[in-house]
Ligand binder design. Structure first.
Ligand code: ZN
Length: 435
């Protein structure tokens, strides 16, 4: 629990006391209660604005606590660049079960990876919370101020039962876990760029619908925009960045936020009949001129999707030559997803992730490694077609709404590790920074 949550709770309790005292006074006809009632109402109205939004956000921006070149979001850097905290899970006294999103999939993916022997507990990287300056830059102080009231967040999250909770509870149980998962994506981008192994996976995040000053579609903070800003302006030597969105929904948030930045290209495959259907976002130069867009519906078949990815991703990588691929790996493309509609089988989801990592040439057996080390002909071909140089890749989990999703994600990561030697390459690299 953060100090802001404690402040929220204390003020909430004090507010209840003051209101009870005023009500008692008014009932007994004590004179002069009017100004007290007005002052209490004003304090209740303005308090979230002062605590969460305008004042502290503006101060943090002026202080500039987002110094370039420092791994500010790293709480503890482990030997394997899998970024995770059990605090990613969103639980709210059982109310979370009313939501179609499996809000504990993050820890289930982590546990499955540990059980499969991909990594050991304690080897993961644990993020600490984002600075207010990072949040404010990506989301805008006015949006943060509105989130102080909780109710606006509940609307963005499309979870009306949460509206019955006080805003401090919404922050504590929902928004702070989402903030931490957002820090995880920033952390993953930093790790991918800073370490020689050049890959990192955040077992959360991928809130690609939020944008500056606005949130919708379960997304309140856009971690991908924050990671892109951090990668490009944080002193990591990242000149260009490819944002690759293979979630079933369009990545409208980052397209609107970063799509006019000439250092960014976007490749986005999504179902054209689903939320958000944002034509203005899709018209951004990063996607329309430098990237690629692909429509895929249920019934089109996994082979068609994979064939497009095998062709277009290497083409854009070779032409745009980015230093980092920011990969939003939504698993709501999986067959049967209630909010999806692409109906890809598990094998296609695993192959999709592997194609991305093969193109980037990461892992002890990826990229330019000799065939004697086990490089597959397919992996070597994709790597050469992508320009033949290793590129950093940072992956976030994003959507995925079924009980089976966590297992599919974990099996996909384990399969990539088995093929490419991801963990082996990470452990063979330099000692983790900051540990
Ligand atoms: Zn999605």
């Amino acid at each position: 629990m953060r100090w802001t949550t404690l402040c929220d709770f204390a003020c909430f309790a004090a507010g209840i006391g003051v209101v009870a005292w005023l009500a008692d006074g008014a009932a007994r006809g004590v004179p002069g209660m009017g100004p007290w009632i007005a002052a209490t109402a004003a304090a209740w109205l303005l308090y979230p604005l002062a605590l969460r939004g305008g004042v502290p956000a503006a101060c943090a921006c002026l202080a500039g606590d987002d110094a370039p070149g420092t791994a500010s979001c790293l709480g503890r850097a482990g030997g394997v660049p899998v970024v995770f905290s059990p605090r990613y899970d969103i639980t709210a006294c059982g109310l979370e079960r009313a939501h179609p999103f499996d809000s504990t999939k993050y820890s289930r993916v982590f546990r499955t990876l540990v059980d499969a022997g991909v990594l050991e507990r304690g080897e993961e990287c644990v993020p600490s919370q984002l600075s207010l300056a990072q949040l404010t830059r990506a989301q805008g102080w006015w949006w943060l101020a509105r989130l102080g009231y909780g109710l606006r967040a509940v609307m963005a999250l499309e979870l009306p039962p949460l509206g019955f909770l006080p805003s401090w509870a919404v922050w504590w149980r929902v928004l702070e876990p989402m903030q931490l998962a957002s820090a995880g994506t920033v952390c993953a981008a930093e790790l991918a760029l800073a370490r020689p192994s050049a890959w990192a996976i955040n077992l959360g995040g991928g809130f690609h619908h939020a944008r500056h000053g606005f949130g919708h579609g379960f997304c309140v903070f856009n971690d991908l925009t924050m990671a892109a800003q951090r990668a490009l302006d944080g002193g990591f030597g990242c000149r260009r960045l490819l944002y690759l969105d293979l979630d079933v929904h369009q990545g409208d948030g980052i397209e609107r936020d970063m799509g006019w930045d000439p250092r960014v290209a976007v490749v986005d495959a999504f179902h054209p009949g689903l939320f958000p259907g944002d034509a203005a976002a899709a018209a951004c130069p990063a996607l329309a001129e430098r990237g690629a867009r692909f429509f895929h519906r249920a019934g089109d078949g996994g082979d068609r999707f994979l064939e497009w990815l095998r062709t277009e991703l290497p083409r854009v990588l070779a032409a745009f030559d980015p230093d980092l691929v920011l990969y939003n790996a939504g698993s709501d493309v999986l067959v049967g997803d209630p909010l999806g509609g692409m109906d890809l089988p598990e094998s296609a989801v695993c192959e999709r992730d592997a194609i991305v990592f093969r193109c980037c040439g990461v892992g002890a057996r990826g990229g330019a490694a000799s065939p004697a080390l086990g490089t597959s002909p397919e992996g070597a071909r994709l790597f050469r077609a992508s320009g033949g140089r290793r590129r950093a890749v940072a992956m976030a989990l994003s959507g995925g709404y079924q009980a089976e999703t966590a297992g599919v994600v974990a099996r996909s990561i384990a399969a990539m590790d088995a093929e490419l030697g991801l963990v082996e390459a990470a452990k063979a690299g330099e000692a983790p920074a900051g540990s």
